[in-house]
Structures are given as structure tokens and as C-alpha cells.
Design a protein around this ligand. Sequence first.
Ligand SMILES: Nc1ncnc2c1ncn2[C@@H]1O[C@H](COP(=O)(O)OP(=O)(O)OP(=O)(O)O)[C@@H](O)[C@H]1O
Ligand SMILES: [Mg+2]
Length: 229
Amino acid sequence: MPEENITKTGTPGLDGLFSIKGFKQKSSILVTGEPGAGKSILAMQFIYNGARLYGESGVFVTSEQSVEKVREIGRTLGMDFEPLEKNGLIKLMKVPVARGYEMAPDELISTVRKSEVKRVAIDSISPFEYLATDVRDFRIKILNFVEMLTKQNITLLVTAEKMKTDFDRVEFAPIDFLFDGLIMMGRLRKAVTFQRVLSVIKMRGTAHSEELYPVKISDKGLVIEKLEE
Ligand SMILES: Nc1ncnc2c1ncn2[C@@H]1O[C@H](COP(=O)(O)OP(=O)(O)OP(=O)(O)O)[C@@H](O)[C@H]1O
Ligand SMILES: [Mg+2]
């Protein structure tokens, strides 16, 4: 079992990028980056491995895919959600943003209030931006949402789209400032190929690595690889 007050990230190689070897419990982390960078897989592993390896109950909220699609993609990456859903450790939830649903649907609020949920992942928060009337409205909604969940002893991981992920000239978005932690995922060009990479931009209250790390995705899931010296 992990140390108290630490939430293990569920992604091999990621805990070690933080001096406390994981996320702080009750913290909020934004994983931002370009399409196909691995944000959704990282969020799925946070919930799946949280339950399977650490026995922590989690909710995975998808705003973009169906719940069935999440199960199907999970299976191709070595994550079988169904047994963990059946024994109640994991709940997969779809928020139909297109129908104007809010960030914190009643189903999510009632689930986190009445059960021992320790982790929540929202994949992704970006569609909710289109429902907000303006940037101020979106910021206020996010702040309220994060506060509501972290008050319930939950560690929250949220994914978001980023349009410009050139690591030399990152353009941060207003939401990048609203979470305790910020992880950025993108690609670096290496001659005629691209290398997926991840970097921790901030983690309030703890020291963290300042490096870029290669990310590898295979049918066993996503891992953070150590850079060669
Ligand atoms: N079995 C596999 N082996 C290698 N790569 C895979 C495998 N399964 C998925 N991938 C890669 O993972 C990528 C998708 O990762 P993911 O869905 O986490 O990206 P994302 O950052 O959430 O993207 P988006 O912003 O579009 O939602 C795909 O582009 C695919 O190349
Ligand atoms: Mg995604």
C-alpha cells in the first residue's frame, strides 16, 4: 500500500518524477497536451491501476467517448475495467456535453458523496469550455468544481487539449494556472520520426523533475521512460 497522503499515479515511471513519489492526496492535476499524446491513457491508468494495484475506488468521467469505447480501448491496452466495475471499485461515467451538461453532473456528485471514492479523472475538460459563457465563467466553474471534489478527499486528474505544445515556446492557457499540478504531453521531432514526451511543469508543494521524458505506448499501456544519460 502506498504511503499515507500520497496518491500513486498508476503510470510506470511517473511517480518517480515527484520528490514525494506520487501526487499529493486531495490535489488537482491537469494533464494537457496535443492530440494522441497519451492524455486519455494516462487518465485511464490513474483510475484503473488506482483500483487494481492500490485498492482505491475511482470514477472515470468521459466527455468525449462512450463508456463502452473506454472499456474497449482499455482492453487493447491491458486494462480490463469490467471486473473492477462489477465489484464497485470503478465507475465509468459519460457526460453528454453536446446536450449541455454541466461539469459536475448530479450522478458524479452523488457518487463521490456517498461512496469511498479516492480518485476522479475527467477526460477531457475542454468541451466544457464551449458551454461556458466566457473565460471568467469557465474559470469560476473549474475552481468550484475542483474545490467541491478535493473537499471530499479526492485526488483529481483532469485532461485538457493544448493547441501549441512546442516545448520551447509553450503558450499556457488560463486553466493551466488553476490546478495544483500541471503535466504537459507532446511530441518532439527526431529527424524523420516523432518521439512522445512528458514533462512536469508544476506541482505545488513538492519538488519535481524538470526534464522531458520519453513516453512509450504499447499493448501493455503507457510508460514513462528514463532519459538516457
Ligand atoms: N497498443 C498500442 N500501441 C502503440 N500505441 C498505441 C496503442 N494504443 C494506442 N496507442 C497510441 O495512443 C494514442 C492515443 O492516446 P490517447 O488517446 O491517450 O491520446 P490523447 O492525448 O488523449 O489524444 P486526444 O487529445 O486526441 O484525446 C494513439 O494515437 C495511438 O497511437
Ligand atoms: Mg484523449
